[in-house]
Design a protein around this ligand. Structure first.
Ligand SMILES: CC(C)(COP(=O)(O)OP(=O)(O)OC[C@H]1O[C@@H](n2cnc3c(N)ncnc32)[C@H](O)[C@@H]1OP(=O)(O)O)[C@@H](O)C(=O)NCCC(=O)NCCS
Length: 218
C-alpha cells in the first residue's frame, strides 16, 4: 500500500499519520464494519472502507493487532481500547491518524480540497475577526488560508469530541495563525479548556489538497 506519511516531526513508534489516494485503499471490508455502511451510497461506502483500510495499515505500522473500527450512533468511530485515531476523506483521497492510547489522548485529522470555501460562505463558517483577517490577505493566498481555517475547525471538532461528547458550532471557536505551519484555536464564549490548548498543524499534501492535525498528548 502506497502511504504518504504526514508530519514526520510529530510521529514515531506511538503515532502514525498518513494519507493515500482513495483508489489505493479499496479492499474487502470487514463484515462487522460493513454492517455500519451497508445501506449507504456507493461513494460513501468507498470512503468508509478506505478510511478503515488506512487505519488498519497505520495500526499495523505501530505493531497494534488488527481490530474492527465500528461506527457509533453519533457517527464517531469506536476505537479499540489500546488506540485512538481520526479519519478524514474527500473526493480523491483519505487521511488517517492512529496513536497508542498510553501516549495520545486524542487526535483530529481533516483533509480538504483547496478553494471550495467561497466568500459567500464566510458568514456561516467564520467569525467576523476571521473574515477581517482573510480580507487583509493578498488575493492569491485567500483560497488556501480559508480552506486551512475551515479544515482546522473540523480537525479540532474530531479531536475534542472523544473528550467532551459535545457538538461545537463553527461560530463557537475562532482560529488565528500562529506561524507558517500552525494555527491556534480558542472558544468565542467562555474559558479555554485543555482541549483548546494544542496547536493545529497545517500541511499542503498535494497542490490541490491540505490537511490539518490537532494532537492532544496524554
Ligand atoms: C464530523 C465532521 C467533523 C466530519 O467532517 P467532514 O468534513 O464531513 O468529513 P471527513 O471525511 O473529514 O470526516 C468524516 C469522519 O469523521 C469521523 N467522525 C464523525 N463524527 C465524529 C465525531 N463526532 N468525532 C470524531 N470523529 C468523527 C468519522 O471517522 C468519519 O468518517 P467515517 O464515517 O468514514 O468513519 C462533520 O461532519 C461534523 O459533524 N461537524 C460538526 C460541526 C462542525 O463542523 N464544527 C466545527 C467547529 S468546531
Amino acid at each position: 500500500m502506497n502511504l504518504h506519511p504526514l508530519l514526520p516531526d510529530l510521529t514515531g513508534p506511538d503515532l502514525a499519520i498518513a494519507w493515500a489516494p482513495l483508489e489505493a485503499l479499496s479492499g474487502d471490508p470487514h463484515p462487522e464494519e460493513w454492517e455500519d455502511i451497508a445501506s449507504a451510497a456507493p461513494n460513501r461506502q468507498k470512503e468508509f472502507v478506505a478510511g478503515r483500510q488506512l487505519a488498519r495499515a497505520l495500526s499495523d505500522q505501530l505493531g497494534l493487532p488488527p481490530a474492527t473500527l465500528r461506527r457509533a450512533e453519533d457517527r464517531a468511530p469506536i476505537w479499540p481500547i489500546d488506540r485512538t485515531g481520526s479519519l478524514s476523506h474527500c473526493d480523491t483521497l483519505c487521511a488517517a491518524a492512529v496513536g497508542k492510547r498510553g501516549t495520545v489522548q486524542s487526535i483530529g485529522v481533516d483533509v480538504e480540497t483547496i478553494g471550495r470555501v467561497e466568500q459567500k460562505l464566510w458568514p456561516t463558517l467564520f467569525t467576523e475577526k476571521e473574515a477581517d483577517y482573510f480580507s487583509s490577505l493578498a488575493p492569491n493566498t485567500v483560497a488556501l488560508e480559508t480552506t486551512l481555517f475551515f479544515s482546522a475547525k473540523e480537525a479540532f471538532y474530531k479531536c475534542q469530541y472523544p473528550l467532551t461528547q459535545k457538538w461545537v458550532g463553527l461560530q463557537d471557536v475562532e482560529i488565528t495563525r500562529t506561524d507558517h505551519h500552525s494555527l491556534a484555536i480558542a472558544p468565542t464564549r467562555g474559558a479555554a479548556q485543555a482541549w483548546h490548548a494544542a496547536p493545529i498543524h497545517t500541511v499542503e499534501i498535494v497542490e490541490s489538497h491540505v490537511a490539518t492535525v490537532m494532537l492532544l498528548p496524554v
